[in-house]
Design a binder for this molecule. Structure first.
Ligand code: PGA
Length: 247
């Protein structure tokens, strides 16, 4: 199974999200070895979920609160998203961590809240350019993985990891596929050796229609998390069509 996940970030307002969702819903994506999910803004979540209901396209929020309900101004809980048809949730995206200051501890609580609710958390991890240049990539990733996976009770649920190097997100400077292959292999080994778990690992960071195959043909890469290129029909549909051709 290959996963193609589109993170619309805060690129699209309600009207634009509805237009794009309708355009995508009209396309027929037939490959049963492929799972497509869209992560719209919270504002458009309900509308987009309704448009994709009855199609093969899944939906999920870009972030969640870790409490189910209550006095948490600005929060939206996994339970509330689940109620609207969410299947996945992005947790700990690089922009949440670096722009909004989200900590590893908060990421852990959000992961647990998703699992408690039956959403599949897609835990985003990645190193900065400085960490990479200083040879601290594995150290950073190990720390992020430990916080999430140490003594984690899946309760029969599922979890996924997205490796998204911070320096590759929105920069056009995509991670070299061989490098991604190496690091995905390393992440899989870490999870197996230290946490006795095997989970799908997605690559994210400047994925486009013309490079998506370079990642997805690798056995270590189970899917892609696509930002900018998922926000336009002209780029997202060709990207999906390219994946359909992989056999
Ligand atoms: P990008 O974003 O494809 O625009 O680089 C990826 C992401 O942040 O998930």
């Amino acid at each position: 199974m290959k996963y193609i996940f589109g993170n619309w970030k805060m690129y699209l307002d309600l009207g634009e999200s509805v237009i794009l969702a309708n355009e995508l819903a009209e396309e027929v994506f037939t490959d049963d070895k492929m799972e497509i999910a869209i992560f719209p803004t919270a504002l458009a979540f309900s509308n987009v979920a309704t448009i994709f209901s009855g199609t093969s396209v899944a939906v999920g929020p870009q972030d969640v609160a870790w409490q189910p309900k209550g006095a948490y101004t600005g929060g939206v809980s996994p339970l509330m998203y689940k109620d609207l048809g969410a299947r996945y949730a992005l947790v700990g995206h690089s922009e949440r961590r670096h722009v909004f200051g989200e900590t590893d501890e908060e990421v852990r609580k959000k992961v647990e809240a998703c699992l408690d609710t039956g959403l599949i958390p897609v835990v985003c991890i990645g190193e900065t350019k400085q960490e990479k240049d200083e040879g601290k990539r594995e150290y950073r990733l190990k720390k992020q993985l430990m916080k999430v996976f140490e003594n984690l009770n899946l309760n029969g649920g599922k979890i996924m990891v997205a490796y998204e190097p911070v320096w590759a997100i929105g920069t056009g400077d995509a991670c070299n596929p061989l490098d991604a292959d190496d690091i995905h292999g390393w992440i899989k080994l870490e999870l197996k050796n230290y946490h006795d778990i095997e989970v799908p690992i997605l690559y994210g960071g400047s994925v486009k229609p013309d490079n998506v195959i370079d990642y997805l043909r690798l056995e270590t890469v189970d899917g892609v998390l696509v930002g900018n290129a998922s926000t336009k029909t002209e780029t997202f549909v060709p990207l999906i069509r390219a994946v359909e051709k992989i056999k």
